[in-house]
Ligand binder design. Structure first.
Ligand code: SAM
Length: 328
């Protein structure tokens, strides 16, 4: 049974950032020069991360998502996938990736026990992809997706962060793919985190606006009932579409009442809430010999620290750590 917090939320989901480094520099996420590099020894080893996941499983965590930074930028990810997949109680293991490095790893990841992937994709236009990511190639993403399909890492969900003036003119094109190609597309509202922390609101396209544009140009969105995901998205379907349209609006739609997750940063800090700077250091006690039971106790403590709701947009944004650093 998952452990419950003070507000009756069952916490069964852990996002594990395996690295704070990324091979891309998306304009709304990271500064052009990247984030300050942490020393190798600051980052938890795969064995340390796996020990924490095992401790989390003891508390009823059953779903784990690997993220980053770009998780595939860390060497040996398939081996780590194998370690996590073998932990009793973990029955859903997935990965969030920009897919640019996926082609060469998809088969090994699937073989090691990965079930499915989410791909962050903000544009379908090669030139624009380069402009947003400051260095990536859209071609590599397509190769990665093809390899993931071949390896059975499905269903793939595509996450598009919508930014006014940057890619909001592609919202409808993405929605059309849910019918023409069976894609599952999720639109994500820009959050004032990382390179967007100083955001004045100009870049944000509120979910109701995205939804209205799709309905105006493509068709009515019918709500999808039943299990569609583990997270905050609300799902819909366009007429005749095999794929789904999801919306994640941290700002326009507080989903805190159903928040079921904890986040572990690559340097061993546990964040009860993505949008608060509150963190519990696991690395120091772990390296001082706290062991699995000590980790389970600290995880339980973190769950009790989960705020009832986030205060983003009401107070100062988090102190400027990027999504990559906090395991977005
Ligand atoms: N590199 C992996 C990837 O691209 O999926 C995992 C980490 S990345 C930080 C996770 C997600 O956070 C991406 O979809 C990215 O677009 C999103 N993200 C980064 N900064 C954001 C912001 N300020 N608001 C909303 N989403 C953001």
């Amino acid at each position: 049974m998952p452990y419950q917090d003070d507000f009756g939320r069952a916490i069964n989901y852990l996002r594990v950032s395996v690295t704070d480094r990324c091979n891309l520099r998306c304009v709304y996420c990271m500064p052009a020069g990247g984030v300050e590099k942490r020393a190798h020894t600051d980052i938890l080893s795969y064995e340390e991360l796996a020990l924490i996941v095992r401790a989390a499983a003891e508390l009823g965590i059953s779903k784990v998502r690997l993220t980053g930074g770009e998780p595939l930028a860390r060497l040996g990810l398939p081996e780590f996938v194998g370690m996590v997949a073998a932990i009793p109680g973990i029955d859903d293991l997935s990965l969030t990736t920009n897919a640019t490095l996926l082609a060469r790893h998809a088969q090994a990841l699937a073989g090691a026990g990965l079930r499915r992937i989410n791909v962050s994709l903000d544009t379908l236009r090669p030139e624009r992809f380069r402009q947003i990511s400051r260095r990536g190639r859209l071609e590599d993403v397509w190769d990665g997706i093809a390899a993931a399909r071949l390896a059975g890492l499905t269903p793939i969900k595509f996450n598009m962060v919508v930014v006014r003036g940057l890619n909001d003119d592609e919202v409808v094109e993405f929605a059309r793919r849910t019918a023409s190609a069976g894609w599952h597309v999720r639109y994500i509202e820009l959050m004032p985190i990382g390179a967007s922390a100083g955001w004045s609101g100009d870049g944000v396209v509120p979910i109701p606006e995205i939804r209205a544009r799709i309905e105006r140009e493509v068709g009515t969105l019918a709500p999808v009932h039943g299990p569609t995901g583990n997270g905050p998205a609300r799902y819909y379907r366009l007429p005749g579409a095999e794929g789904t349209v999801g919306f994640i609006g941290a700002m326009s739609d507080h989903f805190c009442a159903t928040c079921n997750r904890l986040r572990l940063t690559a340097d061993g800090r546990l964040r009860p809430c993505l949008m608060s700077d509150e963190e519990i250091d696991l690395r120091t006690p772990l390296r001082n010999g706290a062991g699995p039971q000590g980790m389970t106790a600290l995880l339980a403590q973190a769950i009790q620290l989960k705020p009832q709701r986030h205060r983003l947009g009401e107070a100062l944004p988090p102190r400027g750590r990027t999504m990559s650093e906090i395991g977005g």
